[in-house]
Design a protein around this ligand. Sequence first.
Ligand code: GLN
Length: 303
Amino acid sequence: MDIQSLLEEIAGSVRPVAAAGEVADYIPGLSSVSADHFGICVATADGEIYGAGEWTSKFSIQSISKVFSLGLVLAGDGDRIWQRVFREPSGTPFNSLVQLESEEGIPRNPFINAGALVVTDRLITLTGDAGAAVRDLLRRESGNPDVAVDPLVAASEAEYGHRNSSLAHLLASYGNLENPVDLVLEQYFDQCALEMSCRDLAVGARFLSRNGVAADGSQFLSSSQTKRINAVMLTCGTYDAAGEFAYRVGLPGKSGVGGGIVAVVPGRCTICVWSPGLSKSGNSLAGMAALDEFTTRTGWSIF
Ligand code: GLN
């Protein structure tokens, strides 16, 4: 299969879709990006890298960071986190508060904001600095020592972070935070504000396609832990569009409101797409179309 030509064809065919999406506007730091960028990268489990479009341009990884913080907590602490967060799809927007109250402070899953705040909180306890732990993991796994936070996006998240603040205070009111609310928010914003390219994210997530084996050959996660992260990505990684994503793409995937999506073909490769125009559910419109076309044309799906 000629993956390079396929990616170039896909980059050509989905560009018109990109302009139809809405760029995230909940913070000024993201709203200035234009909707019609598009990049795609495939990193195979055995080390090949293919890319098309703007695959080396940096963008805000946002909620894609939640996969890496969860990985670090599972690696450091085993299954303990599952006492503080469920692993069920929420069917509500990523920043929703409603279920947190009806379910007494236990978030539905680690990929909605409430769940990610709990994971970040645990990572602070384990490492002292969750933002730096996620950044360093991504530097190591992507092989790019320059992976860093965009300070303008981080500051914007903090300034306009009223919903995340409410979620964190609600979690604290139920006793589901171990660290001070302000510290948890600061480090959650830092991990969301990391800037990376499709290339760096596809390569950086490769352990998910390699049974947990890290870039240096060490076992970062067990194969069972890796399978479970992929399962939670499939069921919860694209919020209330997870059903549609499984139907159209057929892979575990994690999106962010910066317009990136990372998808995993276990045993074979990771794929990262980026296009900032979003659907109503906060997932990249052209990114989803590109992954749909990629899995349809290659037949690479978990189903
Ligand atoms: N920083 C964003 C937020 O907390 C992340 C959301 C997302 O990418 N879905 O609202």
